[in-house]
Design a protein around this ligand. Structure first.
Ligand SMILES: Cc1cc2nc3c(=O)[nH]c(=O)nc-3n(C[C@H](O)[C@H](O)[C@H](O)COP(=O)(O)OP(=O)(O)OC[C@H]3O[C@@H](n4cnc5c(N)ncnc54)[C@H](O)[C@@H]3O)c2cc1C
Length: 426
């Protein structure tokens, strides 16, 4: 089958839907390889539990975007929560972020962190790891920041750029840290967050309400893009296009377009998520806990039941892996057994009965932002844009961002086309 559209959109996640929803000219098609929309913001509803593909909690900086989405969902369906996040440090729960709560550590370790904070190196950092030591000193960095981030990113932190986590990293200078010892105000970009009763997919559905459903082709993976002829292929059809917006991971887009690239510029981790439903309540009040210890398999767990105020513990459990890790059925079964035993050791479950479960591998999950990746992304995006192909979104732009950032980026791009369209009409 041969078709033609002015705008071909690859992916019906937040980016693809936000872009389509904002286009003034409604001549577009969205190809989505999965059987449903939402990308990484999909939600699983099972046996009375509501789980996202991974813990997704939302912190909007732009009140207009938040108001628009919440109005579409219905304000009464969106919970607004003041964060209660903790760190399991050697079996004791302390408040997050670690660097602002070192006074909650055992006395000797508190003094060690404090001494490190005030005797930190003055040499300008050249990478993420060095930045941690330069900002926070050896105590805080060795006890939490390095082990936690190594578990998460599954790579040597010396490879990552200083700003690898952007605004998502809870920076604080020494004076702020000391002042924080007596302040009760929660710090960081996500001190309060929202979450819809039906899970992250409700935000996606709000965006999708601006998109004509018949223009979303589900189960249609784009497998090949001919940049010269401007034709993309799925297993079922060829689609000619004038412009293409892709939210697929950038290296996969380059492969589809047969554009040569250096794979070592695009490294990333995978995250294996277990969603677990139990027969009764676990710890109350806490929304998520970080686990820096290398003796614990997961780096973070979160409690949906403490967001929904429900009676049965509903957890997400996240494990970080190198991209090369083989996560076949046997490896996942082994990881699951280890997770259940680690949850028991950490005191999260104690004789609880697991009554429902689900797992998913996010591949890629966190991209490694390196000097090589920044350069490769900029160069390849420019090369593709010259051919009318735009790569956007968390994986299309190969970055660390939130859904709000995806919406802002996608809508800004749509507005550029709208301006072009208006100029042609005048
Ligand atoms: C562990 C984790 C936790 C997160 N937590 C939060 C959070 O709390 N709050 C927050 O705001 N954000 C969070 N995020 C980020 C958020 O998930 C992303 O920013 C957002 O989902 C990205 O949307 P996207 O549309 O750019 O990409 P995706 O969600 O990846 O969507 C891309 C879509 O393209 C489709 N696709 C790919 N290739 C093809 C192809 N060849 N043909 C057709 N379709 C294709 C995919 O199936 C997918 O549906 C988190 C991310 C991770 C990994």
């Amino acid at each position: 089958m041969q078709q033609h559209t002015r705008f071909l959109i690859v992916g019906a996640g937040v980016t693809g839907l936000a872009f389509a929803g904002r286009l003034a000219e409604r001549d577009y098609l969205i190809c989505e390889s999965e059987a449903e929309i939402g990308g990484y913001c999909r939600t699983v509803v099972q046996d009375g539990f509501v789980w996202d593909y991974s813990g997704h909690f939302f912190h909007f900086r732009n009140p207009d975007i938040e108001r628009e989405l919440v109005t579409k969902i219905g304000g009464e369906r969106v919970r607004r929560i003041e964060r209660d996040a903790r760190i399991d440090y050697a079996g004791k729960l302390i408040d997050f972020p670690f660097q602002r709560n070192i006074h909650q550590l055992p006395h000797e370790e508190f003094l060690e962190c404090l001494a490190g904070l005030f005797s930190r190196t003055t040499a300008p950092p050249t990478n993420f790891r060095e930045m941690l030591y330069a900002k926070f000193g050896a105590g805080i960095t060795d006890k939490f920041l390095v082990p936690y981030n190594e578990k998460l990113y599954a790579t040597d932190l010396g490879r990552l750029e200083i700003g690898a986590m952007g605004r998502f990293f809870p920076y604080a200078d020494a004076e702020e840290i000391v002042r924080g010892f007596v302040s009760k105000a929660p710090a960081g970009y996500n001190a309060t967050f929202t979450y819809p009763l039906g899970g992250a997919i409700e935000y996606v559905a709000a965006l999708a309400s601006d998109v004509e459903p018949e223009k979303v082709l589900l189960g249609e993976r784009i497998v090949e893009i001919d940049l010269k002829a401007k034709v993309a292929k799925t297993a079922r059809r060829s689609i000619g296009f004038e412009y293409l917006l892709s939210s697929a991971p950038l290296p996969r887009l380059l492969a589809m377009c047969r554009v040569p690239f250096e794979p070592s510029s695009f490294t990333y981790n995978k995250v294996l998520v277990f969603n677990l439903g139990f027969d009764r309540k676990g710890p109350s009040g806490i929304h998520w806990i970080y686990y820096p210890s290398r003796d614990v398999s997961f780096y973070r767990i979160g409690f949906y039941d403490n967001i929904f105020d429900t009676e049965r513990m509903s957890l997400y459990v996240e494990l970080g892996y190198a991209s090369s890790a083989n996560l076949d059925a046997a490896a996942i079964a082994q990881a699951r057994a280890r997770v259940l035993s680690d949850l028991e050791r950490a005191g999260v479950i104690s004789g609880h009965r697991l009554v429902s479960e689900h797992h998913v591998v996010l591949d890629p999950a966190y991209v490694h932002i390196t000097s090589g990746s920044l350069q490769a992304v900029a160069e390849h995006k420019q090369l593709l844009a010259a051919r009318g192909v735009y790569s956007a979104g968390r994986y299309g732009s190969w970055t660390y961002c939130s859904i709000e950032d995806n919406i802002v980026e996608a809508r800004a791009l749509a507005e550029r086309f709208n301006t072009l369209t208006r100029a042609h009409l005048v």
